[in-house]
Design a protein around this ligand. Structure first.
Ligand code: TYD
Length: 132
């Protein structure tokens, strides 16, 4: 599968809106882990790495930031700034996140538990693996 923006359900309500993510329904995997990134100082970059097998889904729950994906051939920048859509990132995309706005919160849902062995943290190694 390709990386893609996924629109989430939005239940509009004068008391406040509500959005939903159900594993296998709204995103193409069962949710095994959730983590979030917050209190990012201005100008910082997070997440320069790829995963060998892990899939994830990234939502800007608050504020905005950019997710930059590289599949070994081309780089695509996604600006996330609403809590009712997110970015599905399959395995083997190099990705980093930058341009975090003040008080932004990035929610990341993953299909696997944390496993350092699944990370590729060296971009040259990533290119070698992708290009066979
Ligand atoms: P890392 O995935 O490198 O963060 P980012 O991609 O945002 O730059 O993780 C940073 C540190 O947090 C690293 O030491 C591993 C630890 N960590 C866990 O222990 N469990 C987790 O689920 C995650 C995502 C990270």
């Amino acid at each position: 599968m390709e990386a893609s923006i996924v629109q989430l359900k939005k239940i509009l309500d004068p008391r406040g809106n509500l959005s939903i993510i159900e594993g296998e329904m709204d995103i193409p995997f069962t949710i095994q882990r959730a983590y979030w990134i917050y209190d990012v100082p201005g100008g910082e970059t997070r997440g320069g790495h790829a995963y060998k097998t892990l899939h994830e889904f990234i939502v800007a729950l608050s504020g905005s930031f950019d997710v930059v994906l590289n599949n070994g051939e081309q780089e695509t920048r996604y600006h996330l700034n609403r809590s009712y859509y997110g970015l599905y990132v399959p395995q083997m995309y190099w990705r980093h996140m930058e341009n975090f706005s003040t008080n932004s919160v990035a929610l990341i849902l993953a299909n696997q538990e944390y496993d350092e062995g699944d990370y590729i943290r060296d971009f040259d190694k990533f290119k070698e693996v992708v290009n066979g």
